[in-house]
Ligand binder design. Structure first.
Ligand code: XMP
Length: 528
């Protein structure tokens, strides 16, 4: 929990809830998401300047539907309800919500009352409209609802409507309560961010001072206070999240931080050395860095294993074992640092309600194996691009900050069939060439994720005058918003040709290169 001006989002399980937090932060107002199960005393203790209730999948009038204490609306804190949140507010305060004949879904023209503080500066004047002040401006909004507000609660007035929805927005100015039936948080509501800005900055009176530099400074101060002269341990993977977390910790507590970096022999080409160059004794940070070269140990465990889930398990377990051995040498520590970021928190159902649990979260289980008192997660409230911004703010090199997402089990899940040192070399070399050419073509920041993988297929080719019988490399590149679905990226053919010919010429053991066109679903992003 960060002690500064903030808005609290109460999550009722809708699919856009993270976006709400996102947009609020774009208004330079710090924002945290809590489940609707969070006790009101806890919400009050956070002294929020405003509260936003999100959408959700239920019908608020049904038995057992997600709800909240009426007291929330009596705190004198401005509240904005969105979609389900809007209906729930009206329902709790004495209005009526019913199922409509038809579902209203998609981009919809909405008529708004410009006198409402929510709609200040929103919409275009409508010329041929009746003398209805609620309809003098129009804009586009994204609707997705079955239920609708059929009767307002006492004290409320409608301030927007659509062709099918008599109450697209409502307000009780006195009590600073606002309800919006549509979704201002999604980009399909082009002026949605303006509406949220109006709420958080004008209605709630937030000053809008949230900036990454102040976040970083404040976090460092808070960590320093918390840790005192305690000892801190961090499992550093070299990925963006753990690197940013480690640097933040080292700025806060210096060499009372020990970072353990396990090179399992499944990293990208030269990655182990790159991580050591940044975090090791010759790097700019004052921390205790331990690199463990455990390549042989991992290859040994993986010998003869072909089944992907088995490989994942072996890599995960061996990682824990190595880490545990090292932690034992260090002895008891007071704090363990984890690079958990906001989407992880929400995905694993800890933050809000819209839980989609991913099966593969890297360091799961680690805490049980290490003797420590408490976990510190300095990035717990940041989105990925905010983590990157924090990294730059902390002076971490750009190549590290903009690193591709890389799975915990590393190249172990980019090699089909048995993992061997030879195959790791092939995929590392091919991947390095691919990344180099993608960067040369200026595509490195625009493609979501791209890498080379090694198929287990060998086929006949001819090189010079010689017959070859070598492996096929698969190139993967996808664009994705949330990594839950993805489309293969359109890479210019000439770039693919260059990559293909360089890989075949420069990487021994490869005589074919494929480009993987599969989207997710039915494929996955990784190639295992
Ligand atoms: P899939 O292959 O499931 O990948 O479509 C989705 C995203 O998750 C990453 N991924 C992992 N990340 N540990 C991680 O930290 C893992 O075990 C793991 N498996 C997949 C993958 O790189 C992609 O970004």
């Amino acid at each position: 929990m960060i002690d500064q001006e903030k808005v609290i989002v109460i999550d009722f399980g809708g699919q856009y809830n993270q976006l709400v937090a996102r947009r609020v932060r774009e208004c330079n107002v710090y924002c945290e998401i809590y489940s609707y199960r969070t006790d009101i005393a806890q919400i009050k203790a956070m002294r929020p300047k405003g509260i936003i209730l999100t959408g959700g999948p239920n019908s608020c009038y049904e038995e057992g539907a997600a709800t909240y204490s009426r007291e929330l609306f009596e705190l004198g804190i401005p509240v904005l309800g969105l979609c389900y949140g809007a209906q729930l507010m009206v329902h709790i305060l004495g209005g009526k919500v019913e199922k409509a004949q038809v579902r209203e879904y998609g981009k919809t023209e909405v008529f708004v009352n410009p006198a409402s503080p929510l709609f200040e500066g929103v919409g275009e004047l409508v010329e041929d409209v009746p003398d209805d002040k609620n309809a003098s401006k129009k804009t586009i909004c994204w609707m997705s609802h079955f239920d609708y507000i059929s009767q307002l609660a006492p004290g409320f007035e409608a301030v927007a409507h659509t062709a099918d929805c008599p109450v697209a927005a409502a307000q009780d100015i006195e009590r600073k309560l606002f309800a919006i039936q549509f979704h201002p948080e999604v980009l399909h509501t082009p002026e949605g961010t303006k509406m949220l800005f109006n709420f958080v900055r004008n209605v709630c009176g937030c000053a809008g001072t949230w900036r990454m530099d102040s976040f970083v400074e404040q976090s460092i101060r808070e960590i320093r206070e918390k840790v005192g002269d305690g000892k801190v341990l961090c499992a550093l993977s070299g990925g963006v999240d753990s690197s940013v977390a480690a640097v933040m910790m080292s700025k806060a507590v210096g060499n009372r931080l020990t970072c353990v970096f396990v090179d399992q022999g499944l990293l990208r080409k030269n990655e182990g050395d790159e991580v050591a160059a940044v975090f090791g004794p010759d790097g700019p940070y004052d921390l205790d860095f331990i690199r463990i070269n455990a390549q042989e140990r991992f290859y040994g465990k993986l010998a003869g294993v072909t089944e992907p889930e088995r490989k994942r398990k072996i890599i995960g377990e061996e990682f824990i074992r190595v880490f545990e051995e090292e932690a034992k040498k260090i002895g008891a520590v007071d704090f363990l640092v984890q690079g958990t970021i906001y989407p992880d928190v929400v995905e694993s159902g800890l933050g809000g309600e819209s839980a989609v649990i991913k099966s593969h979260h890297n360091v799961g289980g680690l805490p049980d194996y290490v003797d420590f008192k408490e976990i510190i997660e300095p990035l717990r409230f940041l989105f990925k691009d905010e983590v990157r911004a924090a990294g730059l703010e902390l002076g971490i090199p750009e190549n590290l900050v903009y690193r591709q997402p890389f799975p915990g089990p590393g190249l172990g899940i980019r090699i089909i069939g048995e993992v061997t040192a030879e195959k790791v070399r092939i995929v590392q070399d091919a991947d390095a060439i691919y990344r180099e050419e993608i960067a040369k073509a200026g595509l490195d920041r625009s493609i979501g994720q791209y890498f080379a993988a090694l198929t287990n297929m060998r086929s006949v080719g001819v090189m010079g005058d010689e017959r070859t019988y070598d492996y096929a490399v698969a190139l993967r590149a996808v664009n994705t918003i949330d990594f839950m679905t993805a489309e293969s990226a359109e890479i210019p053919f000439s770039v693919l040709q260059t990559v293909m010919s360089r890989i075949i010429n420069e990487v021994r053991g490869v005589n074919r290169v494929f480009y993987d066109l599969t989207s997710k679903p039915p494929g996955t992003i990784e190639f295992e």
